[in-house]
Design a protein around this ligand. Structure first.
Ligand code: GUN
Length: 259
């Protein structure tokens, strides 16, 4: 890569405050970005950072031609307007894919897709199962995963159902699904009896179970014997999300160097 374009892809992550989970995520991103050879920078700012100070840092990074991707780790402290911060990142450096997903169920051309939804699609494709024409059930309607992953599944020509906390007869719907993406944040929302034999199960949930261990939204031990494919938690979607952040950084880089 160095030889071809004269510089390596650059990713800068900004973290404001001390949220312990965010610290772990950011460290993980940093370790993996360095491992694959990105120019990786983490800007750590104190909890009391003002919105103006944060926006000034983003402006500086927007203007820095060696920075291809900018990610502001969420959540930001309450006194900072998250939407203003997201909007301040240059669209061509938005490795979170927030810009690409702005207008309803459409991925805007030329923008990268959000990392976790992209990770889900990649995991499904690696099974070798086709997505086109299949019934894909997305459990959860969040802005970060549920809605964007439903959009990407539509783009792959799946028939998509979006279920949520008010959905009736989730089990009945789930049993007709060839693909289930669980992104609610509730352990055991999908149990073995709700799974169609051979289905592809992608578990986006990260929960702390009653036993204190990390677990997903899908009851793994119950669903695994029925499913064709199932991702574990931890170790499934999480690492793939980081891989997709790196992929998004590379895509932004290629857009920059090929201009
Ligand atoms: N914190 C938790 N998930 C995310 C994400 O997808 N993007 C950012 N920027 N912060 C997060």
């Amino acid at each position: 890569m160095d030889e071809t374009y004269g510089r390596r892809p650059g990713l800068t992550v900004i973290i404001v405050g001390e949220d312990p989970a965010s610290q772990v995520y950011v460290r993980n991103k940093e370790v993996n970005a360095i491992k694959v050879g990105l120019v990786s920078e983490v800007i750590r700012m104190p909890e009391q950072t003002t919105q103006e100070e944060l926006l000034a840092v983003i402006d500086r990074l927007n203007a820095d031609a060696t920075v291809d991707g900018i990610l502001v780790q969420l959540p930001v402290p309450k006194h900072i307007d998250k939407d203003a911060v997201i909007a301040a990142v240059a669209p061509d450096k938005d490795v979170d894919g927030f810009f690409g997903m702005k207008s309803g169920f459409t991925l805007k051309h030329g923008y990268v897709a959000p990392c976790t939804p992209r990770a889900c699609i990649h995991l499904i494709k690696t099974t070798g199962e086709t997505i086109e024409g299949k019934h894909a059930l997305v459990v959860g309607r969040g802005e970060l995963v549920g809605k964007p992953v439903a959009t990407l599944l539509l783009n792959e020509n799946a028939t998509v159902t979006i279920a949520h906390s008010r959905t009736r007869n989730l089990g009945e719907i789930a049993r007709t699904a060839d693909i289930i993406i669980a992104a609610v944040g509730k352990p055991n929302i999908i149990t073995g009896d709700m799974v169609k034999p051979g289905a592809v199960l992608i578990d986006v949930g990260i929960n702390r179970g009653a036993d204190g261990k990390l677990c997903g939204d899908i009851n793994f031990s119950g669903a695994e014997p029925v499913a064709g494919w199932i991702t574990p938690v931890p170790g499934g979607v999480g690492p793939m999300t980081i891989a997709m952040l790196i992929r998004n950084t590379l895509d932004c880089y290629l857009n920059h160097v090929r201009l």
